[in-house]
Design a protein around this ligand. Structure first.
Ligand code: SAM
Length: 223
């Protein structure tokens, strides 16, 4: 990608800053473009910005890493911000839709029964393997063993309503005060959408909605 050059007399607020953001978006999307996955680049960019500059102190944890697309965006942000590593939680055996004959049958699952080798290779190819810790486990099992505050939790595992709720309830107690929780595929998968709508309608949920981009919904833990 060609370098970005601006001149000092350029109106920074109206032209320089949006141009820099658009350039950074395009450069990152190009760098991670070869990783297959279920994440739009603009959603990845939002995750990157949150990992780099989001509020709160603590870890960045991802539930549902698959082939590493969202992991790589998160790791890029945490790395650029000098804010630690990303922990990827996944049994790497795929969701029901990834199995043979499923809605999104995944060749890695069909051929090898696991996406972990391809996940690690994708991170190595992007120069990000050293920025990621892996917990090969189901989300709720990992949550039971987790200790320490989490400033950014990205939930993109099993999209059924029950599993979405179980993931949220297992991990929310670990969220730092003011920490963020991001859900993927809201409005795309019925289960996670029902869970998210119920969460937003619950005054005792412990979170408040912050913003949406694509199918990504970001909420913040409240006291
Ligand atoms: C939709 S894919 C994730 C996509 C990925 N975030 C991306 O950017 O492409 C869902 C992933 O969740 C994982 N998964 C399914 N059930 C899980 C569970 N109980 N705990 C953790 N991960 C789970 C699957 O193995 C699969 O890799």
């Amino acid at each position: 990608m060609p370098a970005l050059e601006t001149i000092p007399s350029l109106d920074q607020a109206l032209i320089g800053d949006p141009l820099r953001a658009a350039w950074e978006f395009a450069a990152c999307a190009e760098r991670l473009g070869s990783i297959r996955g279920y994440l739009a680049d603009i959603e990845g960019f939002a995750l990157m910005l949150l990992a780099r500059s989001g509020p709160g102190q603590g870890a960045v944890v991802e539930i549902g890493s698959f082939l590493g697309k969202s992991t790589a965006w998160l790791a890029l942000g945490a790395l650029h911000g000098g804010r630690g590593r990303v922990t990827a939680v996944d049994p790497f055996t795929g969701s029901p839709e990834h199995q043979r004959g499923g809605r999104n049958e995944e060749p890695e699952i069909v051929a090898r029964g696991t996406t972990r080798p391809r996940f690690e290779q994708n991170l190595r190819d992007a120069g990000l393997r050293e920025a990621v810790d892996i917990i090969e486990a189901r989300s709720t099992d990992a949550a039971a063993r987790w200790s320490g505050p989490i400033r950014l939790l990205f939930i993109d595992g099993d999209h059924s309503e029950e599993a979405s709720r179980a993931d949220f309830e297992a991990w929310l107690p670990h969220a730092a005060p003011g920490g963020l929780v991001a859900f993927h595929d809201v409005g795309v998968w019925a289960g996670v959408t029902r869970f998210y709508e119920a969460l937003m309608a619950d005054p005792a949920s412990g979170v408040r909605g912050l913003f949406a981009v694509g199918s990504l919904r970001v909420v913040q833990r409240v006291a």
